[in-house]
Design a protein around this ligand. Sequence first.
Ligand code: COA
Length: 161
Amino acid sequence: MRIAVYPGSFDPLTNGHIDILEKTSKLFDKIIIAVVHNVTKTALFSLDERKSMILESTRHLNNIEVECFSGLLAAYVKEKNACAIIRGLRTVTDFEYEMHMALMNKVLIPEVETIFIIATHSNIFVSSSGVKEAALLGGDVSSLVPPAVFNGLTEKIKQMK
Ligand code: COA
């Protein structure tokens, strides 16, 4: 079975992430979305909230699992018996950061490849923080995120008021 891990903060999942998942779900038998607690970022949603929005938004793909994890990505990928790490590339700005991470992971787990998927052009400007900022300031982000995430954002903003 060919398993790939798609790691990220997903705070929250956007249509950009869905784009990458729709492209890669055809290439692997199973994709594990690993929702990571990134200590360098202040999260809006808890890991469990992110996980449940992802589960709801990926129902149309039948080979997706969602897990939360903390720790070293390389160890997690090995434990899951995955053969690949999936990362999306939007612009050249992503490339430098991604290349360093891929090279580091190659040293830690040489048997695993990082697969880069080029984002569809309509999504290259989409980021989780952009979506959060616009939504918090009253912007309509419904075209940038799946409905479950839009509802989650609306609810979160209501709670914060
Ligand atoms: N569409 C839309 N947005 C995209 C995207 C796409 N195709 N690809 C990336 N992004 C955005 C994300 O929304 C996110 O936006 P934000 O910064 O506004 O939140 C940003 O690009 C990058 O975030 P993400 O993909 O979630 O990665 P990250 O930088 O938060 O974390 C990990 C990357 C989780 C893979 C990395 O931190 C990790 O491996 N952590 C585990 C610890 C470890 O092993 N460290 C050593 C690594 S070598």
